[in-house]
Design a protein. Structure first.
Length: 202
């Protein structure tokens, strides 16, 4: 039987059983036998990433990109590795192709924004979030992360404004409630902060 034979049925069963580790082990073995199989390489990369083995996913992502330069997931993994190593310019370069076109990738947009903030450029970081527009889901992430970026930069007045906008959009998400309430408390608005926290139990 060829090394890659049965891959689809095996990984499908493993996924059903939520046994990502078993699927990842099987696919890595199959890939060693067929290292030039592009489809097998991509499938192995995705399953290994899903199994939580980030270091191995990085190694596979480096092999995926020469074969598929537009693979967004591979680019995100390598950008995350670059940010972890404080290589912010490299992270932005890795993410740039993911931001082309009207359907910009949410994760790539936010990672790019935080990469700019990591470089100390708050203005560019906030500007990077502005690509998120249109529906409330996109606007929520835009205002939430812009607010958190301002907070990280120490600009608490702007942080409060943007987090207030996020809170107007969605008053059910804990991260929105907690971030906005903490900003209000920092500004001495303790009663308002308590009111925001109380919305969790109403």
């Amino acid at each position: 039987m060829p090394p890659a034979a049965g891959v689809s049925s095996f990984t499908g069963t493993a996924a059903t059983l939520r046994d990502m580790d078993a699927a990842a082990t099987f696919l890595r073995s199959a890939l060693r036998a067929s290292p030039k199989d592009a489809e097998l390489l991509d499938r192995t990369f995705r399953i290994v990433l899903a199994s939580g083995d980030f270091d191995q996913a990085v190694t596979l992502a480096e092999r995926v990109l020469p074969v598929d330069s537009n693979n967004r997931i591979a680019r995100l993994v390598l950008a995350a590795r670059a940010i972890k190593n404080r290589q912010y310019a490299q992270a932005r370069t890795m993410l740039a192709p993911s931001l082309d076109g009207p359907m910009a990738d949410l994760m790539a947009t936010l990672v790019t924004a935080w990469a700019w903030q990591g470089s100390g450029d708050t203005a560019r970081a906030v500007k990077a979030t502005e690509i998120l527009s249109g529906n409330d889901f996109a606007l929520l992430f835009r205002d939430l992360h812009a607010g958190l970026i301002y907070e990280t930069a120490g600009n608490f007045a702007e942080a409060e404004k943007r987090l207030a906008e996020a809170y107007k959009i969605d008053q059910s998400q804990y991260i929105v409630i907690d971030s906005y309430a903490r900003t209000l408390a920092r500004a001495g608005k303790k009663d308002e902060a308590l009111a925001v926290y109380n919305s969790l139990i109403e």
